[in-house]
Ligand binder design. Structure first.
Ligand code: GAP
Length: 559
């Protein structure tokens, strides 16, 4: 499902991720963690602008989900309550949830380059020899999906790397690099339909025959070259790797004291289900929500903050009667999609994707469905990357905790209206605060050659890190005093900046890169007629408004 395009939606495929990362660094949105020591892979810090931006996103979620949730499918108010649980929990939690046994990624090491890959993110193409009709050897590229893999495959041709690989193949397997390697031509006409589908097109389209790393046989691995490797056959067999970080509780580093950093915030919610029931006046249907850090020792952190090892989640576990799952699942899916649109991802870069049956997590197999709300990041374009998953988790987690904690039926909910005791089912909308922030940054990034900055950040006013800037035109003649008074007043309500340095043009340029929607300038006329100029970020238009109306103006614009 996509919504109509809006002018705010510049094509993300045309945006350069390198430029976005450079702006984030230069303007203090996001930096590498511990940068002065060379950084650490998969960890990121938010600078002054980034911290405000991410906070705005989390505050909007908290406000719109916990304090003022939308009305439910029947038009009734819904109950939502927050919790704030610890990162380290009793390790039995993660046995019950299935994370100790099953929170694994398949990993493949390459002996030649010493690089490590997620085996499900290695795509191995097997060119077809047009003359012998046989697959020859495998060429592996690293990508999150087939679309990206095809791009990497094209890159191999564009950069000439493929010729180098053919030369290596000729040395290792006696392959003749001048052979018509799967390029469709006259001889291609003689191929069967099946062979044609496995054959390169004239523009080096991939041959249609590929295998994902997890499915490579040992024989295929021996004939495959890993990315940047200098010979074939150096990839090792895929191994399962548990993503949970481990540490020890207390001074003794023994197995009994082993604990985990939580890989999701959801389990803290399930563990407190009974506490919430016993202490609040909630009745099914109701939700418990939490925002907090999660940690995953990702095999290949990549794409800026998209796949980090430390990140923040915004999760809801919404408890319902089992027979109401279908209705609530569809309602939450659509409500969450509408929310992402409302915070500024309103164009074609946002989509809702229902999972195929074979993609469903084990706990969701018997459920009403799972869908992802996805954003077209510049690095996934033309494909999409997940921002939030909405899943019907059935009663899997509560049943598991009932069994493993020994609480059994005490963890059931007593439905007074029905005079019935049951494990409620759960709809879980689980969003990433860092991925959301990254999507806001990518969406806002708007190159504009007419501006001195060459770019501006078109955040919705609600998300903008700085809502307004106040400038005295010059740092004398009574202007700084008036501007400072205005600034001190506005900052009581909003994130506002005061800037007296450099020319007014340079100050506008700084605010354009920060994405500040309004700049107020106190000038010579202000002292005469008590008006200021307001400059609108998107149009660069200026108008004069009364000094004593600035606060009301901003309140209306930011409402
Ligand atoms: N409780 C369900 C759960 O954790 P998930 O799909 O694994 O589901 C939910 O994670 C969200 O958390 C994702 O949609 C994504 O936004 C965010 N997320 C997951 N892994 C991440 C990572 N390594 N880096 C940044 N965000 C991540």
């Amino acid at each position: 499902m996509t919504s109509p395009d809006t002018p705010a939606t510049a094509a993300n495929s045309a945006k350069s991720m390198d430029d976005i990362v450079a702006l984030c660094r230069r303007r203090g949105f996001i930096w590498q963690s511990s940068e002065i020591y060379g950084g650490i892979n998969g960890f990121w810090d938010y600078g002054p602008l980034g911290a405000e931006l991410k906070r705005n996103l989390k505050d909007a979620w908290w406000h719109d989900i916990i304090r003022c949730p939308p009305k439910g499918p029947d038009g009734d108010m819904i109950s939502m309550v927050p919790v704030d649980c610890t990162i380290i929990m009793n390790p039995k939690v993660w046995i019950a949830s299935g994370h100790v046994a099953g929170f694994n990624d398949p990993m493949m090491d390459d002996r030649d380059t010493q690089r490590r890959y997620r085996a499900d993110q290695l795509f191995v193409f097997f060119p077809t020899n047009v003359q012998t009709r046989h697959d020859t050897f495998g060429i592996a590229v690293e990508a999150v999906n087939l679309q990206e893999a095809e791009q990497r495959w094209d890159d191999l041709h564009k950069t000439g790397a493929i010729e180098h690989i053919y030369k290596l193949a000729s040395k290792q397997f006696g392959f003749n690099p001048d052979e018509p390697m799967g390029i469709a031509g006259d001889s291609g006409d003689q191929l069967t339909a099946e062979q044609q589908s496995r054959t390169f097109g004239p523009n080096h389209e991939h041959p249609g025959d590929w295998v994902v790393g997890t499915k490579l046989t040992a024989e295929q691995r021996d004939r495959t070259i890993a990315p940047s490797a200098k010979k074939f056959g150096t990839l090792m067999a895929a191994r399962q790797f548990n993503l949970m970080y481990q540490t020890y509780n207390g001074p003794i580093q023994s197995d009994e004291n082993k604990v985990y950093l939580r890989p999701e915030t959801a389990q803290g919610i399930f563990c407190n289900f009974k506490n919430v029931l016993d202490t609040s006046r909630v009745k099914v249907p109701f939700g418990i929500a939490q925002v907090g850090k999660a940690f995953r020792n990702e095999v290949t952190p990549r794409n800026f903050t998209f796949r980090s090892r430390e990140f923040e989640q915004m999760e809801i576990e919404f408890f319902i009667r089992p027979d109401a799952a279908k209705e609530w699942y569809a309602w939450w899916r659509d409500a969450r999609y509408a929310w992402w649109q409302a915070v500024g991802l309103a164009g074609e870069n946002l989509q809702l994707r229902e999972h195929d049956r074979d993609e469903l997590a084990h706990y969701a197999k018997d459920g009403a469905g799972t869908s992802d709300i996805e954003y077209r990041f510049p690095f996934t374009s033309p494909g999409f990357g997940e921002l939030e998953g909405v899943a019907h988790r059935t009663d899997f987690d509560l049943r598991q905790h009932a069994e493993h904690s020994g609480l059994g039926d005490k963890l059931k909910y007593f439905d007074q209206e029905r005079n019935e005791r049951y494990f409620p089912h759960v709809i879980e909308p689980s969003a990433g605060a860092d991925r959301g922030t990254l999507a806001l940054l990518c969406e806002a990034y708007t190159p504009d050659a007419t501006r001195p900055s060459g770019v501006y950040m078109k955040f919705t006013p609600r998300m903008a890190p700085i809502k307004a800037a106040v400038f005295p035109l010059v740092n004398k003649d009574g202007m700084p005093e008036v501007a400072e008074k205005l600034y001190l007043d506005l900052r009581q309500k909003w994130a506002v900046q005061f800037d007296v340095k450099q020319t007014i043009g340079k100050r506008y340029a700084r605010m354009d890169e920060a994405g500040t929607p309004y700049c107020f300038t106190v000038d010579g006329d202000t002292l005469k007629d008590q008006t200021v100029t307001v400059r609108h970020r998107d149009t660069q238009q200026q108008e004069r408004i009364a000094l004593d109306k600035v606060s009301a103006f901003l309140a209306e614009k930011l409402a």
